[in-house]
Design a protein around this ligand. Structure first.
Ligand SMILES: NC(=O)C1=CN([C@@H]2O[C@H](COP(=O)(O)OP(=O)(O)OC[C@H]3O[C@@H](n4cnc5c(N)ncnc54)[C@H](OP(=O)(O)O)[C@@H]3O)[C@@H](O)[C@H]2O)C=CC1
Ligand SMILES: O=C(O)C(=O)CO
Length: 314
């Protein structure tokens, strides 16, 4: 009987159907809690002699591939595969698969939720009510007529653009891999996007090109009233530069679902009054969790059966 270890945290919480898929396929499933997803040694120990692993943000690199020679497939419970060393996987002949599109609605809805929360200063007013202070102490903003800049115009970015259009916002996007204009949106250079947008939402994958793409130079182009929203990956931003921009009120605020190191409990960004944060939960809805789980399970089963996964990365 082939064995698969499940490390993806949200899978373990509500994965009735995907779990049934795996068990019906005759796979021995072990659900384990990963206490330190960035530590490859621990990840290796948890995988042990299993042939398959279903991961969330658990780091899978050379250490894991070397320590787990039985491993045949790494199935990502989600989209971004930046936590998996793809070159190393190829070197060790391990298949990597992911679940594109399964969480794009949830993440786009989350990004837009954060935009609305920032625009209407919800955390500030909630604190105020809890402190028994009633009435408006400051003004929010309407979205109508404002400009949103979307970095990375893939599945999630395009959903965010649709929502923005429904709010009568102007939509700018930057994506070097899209050559044609996608009407009614406007493709622009990254610098123009940072200069002109009132809200900037990041939706690019983490790659060598995008790592710390949001640096001091780009941040310095932003309007003083503009907000940055990141539901993609923390590493897209140089966090030190962002900290200074926010601390010196050179930009209005930021909403961050993701950080360079997670959990970010010691991250100074969390001490700033103009930052709101969530614990990497943009895809955590019942609907997306089920879709991610089913595709991730199906990918694993297919590779175990000697077939192509639905979405092979390498
Ligand atoms: N917080 C969370 O819980 C979640 C975070 N995510 C993150 O969001 C990212 C985007 O997801 P999704 O929209 O589904 O992915 P997609 O692949 O559909 O979209 C990403 C887009 O960004 C483009 N891109 C690549 N490089 C750059 C660059 N240098 N600058 C700008 N754009 C670039 C891609 O082009 P091309 O396709 O040609 O490479 C693609 O069009 C994921 O990679 C993941 O890291 C995703 C889900 C949940
Ligand atoms: O799908 C992804 O890349 C995620 O980050 C899911 O949490």
């Amino acid at each position: 009987m082939k064995k698969a270890v499940i490390l993806a945290r949200s899978f373990a919480r509500s994965a009735k159907d995907p779990l049934r898929l795996l068990e019906t396929a005759g796979i021995q499933v072990e659900i384990k809690k990963d206490p330190d997803p960035e530590n490859e040694k621990i990840v290796s120990e948890l995988i042990g002699d299993a042939e398959g692993v279903l991961v969330g943000m658990d780091r899978v690199g050379e250490v894991v591939f070397t320590n787990c020679p039985n491993l045949k497939v790494v199935s990502k419970h989600g989209v971004g595969v930046d936590n998996i060393d793809l070159q190393s996987a190829q070197k060790h002949s391990v298949v990597v698969a992911n679940a594109p599109g399964t969480n794009s609605i949830s993440v786009a809805e989350m990004a837009f939720t954060l935009i609305l929360i920032l625009a209407r200063k919800i955390p500030h007013f909630f604190e105020q009510v809890k402190n028994k202070e009633w009435g408006a102490t400051s003004f929010g903003l309407e979205l109508e007529g404002k400009t949103i800049g979307i970095v990375g115009f893939g599945r999630i970015g395009k959903n965010v653009a649709q929502y923005a259009q429904a709010f009568a916002m102007k939509v700018l996007y930057y994506d070097p891999f899209i050559t044609d204009e996608i009407s009614p949106y406007k493709k622009v250079e990254l610098e123009i996007l940072f200069k002109d947008a009132d809200f900037i939402s990041l939706h690019a994958p983490l790659t060598d090109e995008t790592r710390e793409m949001v640096n001091d130079k780009l941040l310095s182009l932003m309007k003083k009233e503009a907000f940055l929203i990141n539901t993609a990956r923390g590493e897209l931003i140089n966090e030190e530069a962002l900290y200074l921009s926010l601390k010196e009120n050179r930009i209005a605020g930021a909403a961050l679902d993701v950080f360079t190191h997670e959990p970010p409990f010691d991250n100074p960004l969390l001490s700033l009054p103009n930052v709101i944060a969530t614990p990497h939960i943009s895809s955590h809805t019942r609907e997306a969790n089920l879709k991610m789980g089913n595709i991730a399970a199906e990918n694993l089963i297919r590779v175990f059966n000697g077939e192509e996964p639905l979405y092979r990365v390498v």
